[in-house]
Design a protein around this ligand. Structure first.
Ligand code: PHE
Length: 339
C-alpha cells in the first residue's frame, strides 16, 4: 500500500498541465471528495499498528504535494494569460477618456458670479445651519413677526435657536458684521424651505443674493445694476420693478424681465404676458444696517436675491426642478458642451 502511495508522489511531482480543465481533473483525482487521498485515509484503519506512523506521514506528504501542485499550476497559467492580454492587439484604438460635465446649477452660478465680479462684487459664503439672529432677527424679523411665515422653516430639533437657512441674506448679515462699507458682495449658496416637492418647487434650492452699501447709494443705482445683469445674462435689457414687500428692505420691489413673445415657448413661459419674474430687491432697511453695526445716517444700500434653480430651468428649458437633484447621468451629460 505504502508503495502505491509513493508511486503517486512521484507522479504528482512530475505532473504538469497546460489548461484549466487538466488542472481541475488532477485536483478531483487526488483531492476531490471521492479522490485517491480520501481512499487512502479510509485504508488507514486496516494498516497494522507498527506501520501506521509511516503510512500517515506518506499520505500527508502526498496531500501537501498535490495541493501545492494545483496552486502553482494555476498561478503559472494565470500569468501566461496576463502576458497574452499585454501582447494583444496593439493596433486597437485607445480607450477614450471620459469627459465630465458641470452641473447646470454650477454653470449658471458661475455665470452670475462672473457678471457681478466685472462690476466689483466679491463672493461671500456662510453656514447652511444658521442661528435665529442671522436668518431672521437681524433682518428686521423679530420673534413672532408674521413675515417669518413667508418662508417655511426647518428647525433643528435639539436646539430651538438653530435652523436650516431659508435664504442667503444670512450671509449678508455676517458680512456686514465683519466688514466696513463700502461693501459689494454676492452670496451664492444652498437654502432650505419646508415646501412640498413638485415639478416647480423643492425643499432645497440655490440662491444668489447681492448687497451694495456705501454713501449715497440710491434706488437708481439698484435699477442700473440689475439692468446690467439681465442684459449680460439673458441678453434682455428691458426690466420693470413692481412694488413688493420684504421685511429687510424698504422700499421693496419684484423684478420682472421682458422676455418677449416671439415663440410659442415664450408664450408658455410668460403665461402670455411676455414678462418673467426673476428676483426680489430693495433698499436695505435702516434697522438692518443698525443691527449689523453700520450707521444708517452715514450709509445706505441695496440688496437683491434670486433663485439659481429657476434661472437654470429658464436658460436651459428644463421642465422639472427635480431633475436638478436626481443625479441622472442621461440628464447631466447634456451639459457637456456648456462651460
Ligand atoms: N431674501 C429674499 C428671499 O429669499 C430675497 C431678497 C433679497 C429680497 C434681498 C430683497 C432683497 O426671498
Amino acid at each position: 500500500m505504502i508503495d502505491t502511495i509513493k508511486e503517486h508522489i512521484v507522479q504528482v511531482e512530475k505532473f504538469s498541465a497546460t489548461s484549466v480543465q487538466e488542472i481541475e481533473s488532477f485536483r478531483i483525482k487526488y483531492l476531490g471528495k471521492k479522490g485517491l487521498l480520501n481512499e487512502f485515509f479510509k485504508e488507514f484503519k486496516n494498516v497494522p499498528n507498527d506501520q501506521k506512523k509511516e503510512f500517515g506521514k506518506t499520505i500527508n506528504k502526498l496531500k501537501v504535494l498535490a495541493a501545492e501542485k494545483v496552486s502553482t499550476l494555476k498561478e503559472t497559467l494565470e500569468e501566461k494569460g496576463d502576458e497574452k492580454s499585454v501582447n494583444g492587439d496593439l493596433t486597437r484604438p485607445g480607450e477614450p477618456l471620459e469627459l465630465g460635465s458641470r452641473h447646470p446649477i454650477s454653470i449658471v452660478k458661475n455665470q452670475i458670479i462672473d457678471i457681478f465680479s466685472r462690476i466689483g462684487f466679491n463672493v461671500s459664503e456662510g453656514p447652511e445651519i444658521e442661528d435665529d439672529w442671522h436668518n431672521f432677527t437681524a433682518l428686521n424679523l423679530p420673534e413672532h413677526h408674521p413675515a417669518r411665515d413667508m418662508q417655511d422653516t426647518f428647525f433643528i430639533q435639539t436646539d430651538p435657536d438653530l435652523l436650516l437657512r431659508t435664504h442667503t441674506s444670512s450671509v449678508q448679515v455676517r458680512y456686514m458684521e465683519n466688514n466696513k462699507p463700502p461693501i459689494r458682495t454676492i452670496s451664492p449658496g444652498r437654502v432650505y424651505r419646508n415646501e412640498a416637492i413638485s415639478a416647480r418647487s423643492h425643499c432645497f434650492f440655490h440662491q444668489v443674493e447681492g448687497l451694495y452699501i456705501d454713501k449715497d447709494v440710491s434706488f437708481a443705482d439698484l435699477k442700473q445694476t440689475l439692468q446690467f445683469f439681465t442684459t449680460e445674462l439673458f441678453g434682455k435689457s428691458k426690466i420693470r420693478l413692481r412694488p413688493s414687500y420684504f421685511p429687510f428692505t424698504e422700499p421693496s420691489a419684484e423684478v420682472d424681465v421682458y422676455w418677449g413673445l416671439e415663440t410659442e415657448t415664450d408664450y408658455r413661459m410668460t403665461k402670455g404676458t411676455g414678462w418673467l419674474e426673476i428676483m426680489g430687491c430693495g433698499m436695505v432697511d435702516p434697522n438692518v444696517l443698525e443691527n449689523c453695526g453700520i450707521d444708517p445716517k452715514e450709509y445706505s444700500g441695496f440688496a437683491f436675491g434670486m433663485g439659481i434653480d429657476r434661472i437654470a430651468l429658464l436658460l436651459h428649458q428644463i421642465s422639472d426642478i427635480r431633475l436638478l437633484s436626481e443625479n441622472d447621468l442621461r440628464f447631466l451629460e447634456q451639459f457637456k458642451s456648456a462651460f
